[in-house]
Design a protein around this ligand. Structure first.
Ligand code: AFP
Length: 332
């Protein structure tokens, strides 16, 4: 391990993602470049999905694809397209031996059994927002496989737990497209410049405010929340905090991360385990959260400490500025 591995980022705003990835790779004496290649593959798929999202209204890519995903939700055409794009880029890149995706029931084998990494991905989250031109996003989580290289990967590779992530990130398709990711040292945001076809470092070393005054949840579910959650939300209202809820986790999380806020998706009788998926929604954002100074918990423990038991498992999810999450936890 080189001495500068943990030093703060020194590259200036305006650095391209490629240059940034290369710079980080050189900071690790024994880095092989495989994770770097994988991150480039994700960025490439992100650019392609950016293109599809931006012309969705023009070429009839909105609307439902006429089938349901593993969660029993109607798939949008863009959901399916994003799933295919990421799968293809990660398969062609060669570093990933298997994926799990929100859109598929089982493990997706890439055939690259020499690949050292597996990925859990939600290719296009917040898909009910596609047709109305509202922000959506991709969320991903990367692990180093635990099964031997050159064998077929198994479920064990995905059941390592959130603490074992080697990298995680999201791509926000919003008023601009941004890739935010971490390999565990700092969280950095890159804004896509479509005229150059490059992600450019725009938000170096993101840190969350310690406190905030934004709270984000689906108010239509309020009557179904537990008393502690209701009490916390009523305290937010008494202080006249701003309620902001897009219904795209990536967008709600990103806004709260930069401005200071809390996102809540509690359990309800309809969704007794919550709605959000542990492996490809909650773990990656919790990993990013921890590095930026945010907290991410369910009703009983830190998200990263939850032991995974199945690929598509769900959990209640509270994530945001540390003092806000601590106050919420004080009500449990
Ligand atoms: P969709 O992808 O089905 O739109 O779900 C989005 C999501 O997983 C997350 O991004 C939102 O924050 C949350 O669900 C919204 O759920 P509600 O519509 O129940 O508020």
């Amino acid at each position: 391990m080189s001495t500068n591995e943990n030093t703060p980022q020194v590259l200036p705003v305006g650095t391209t993602l490629d240059r940034y990835i290369m710079h980080r790779q050189y900071a690790f004496a024994f880095a092989t470049g495989e994770l770097s290649q994988l991150l480039r593959d994700i960025a490439l798929a992100g650019k392609i999905v950016h293109r599809e999202v931006n012309r969705a209204g023009l070429i009839d890519l909105g609307g439902e694809a006429g089938q349901q995903n593993v969660q029993g939700e109607n798939q949008q055409k863009l959901d399916v397209i994003a799933d295919v794009r990421f799968r293809r880029a990660l398969t062609n890149g060669g570093e990933v031996c298997a994926l799990i995706s929100e859109e598929e029931e089982g493990i997706i084998f890439t055939g690259n059994n020499k690949g050292k990494y597996v990925i859990a991905i939600d290719p296009l989250d917040g898909s009910s927002n596609i047709d109305v031109n509202v922000s959506i996003g991709t969320i991903f989580s990367i692990y180093r496989r635990v099964t031997p290289v050159d064998t077929e990967p198994t479920i064990e590779d995905f059941m390592q737990g959130g603490q074992e992530q080697v990298a995680a990130g999201y791509i926000l398709f919003g008023s601009s497209t941004m890739l935010v990711y971490t390999t565990g040292h700092s969280v950095n945001g890159f804004t896509y410049d479509s005229s150059l076809g490059e992600f450019i470092l725009s938000h170096p070393n993101i840190k969350s405010p310690k406190n905030g005054s934004i709270y984000s949840y689906n108010d239509g579910n309020l009557d179904d929340f537990s008393e502690p959650i209701k009490k916390y939300l009523s305290a937010c209202r008494e202080r006249q905090y701003s309620a902001r809820y897009i219904g795209s986790l990536v967008a709600d999380f990103h806004r709260n991360l930069l401005k200071g806020g809390i996102y809540l998706y509690p359990s309800t009788p309809k969704n007794p385990d919550g709605k959000l998926r542990l492996l490809y929604e909650c773990y990656p954002l919790a990993f990013i959260a921890g590095i930026t100074g945010c907290l991410a918990v369910n009703d009983t423990e830190a998200i990263l400490n939850i032991k995974p038991t199945s690929m598509h498992q769900r959990t209640p999810f509270y994530i945001g500025a540390p003092e806000m999450v601590e106050e919420l936890m004080g009500h449990f």
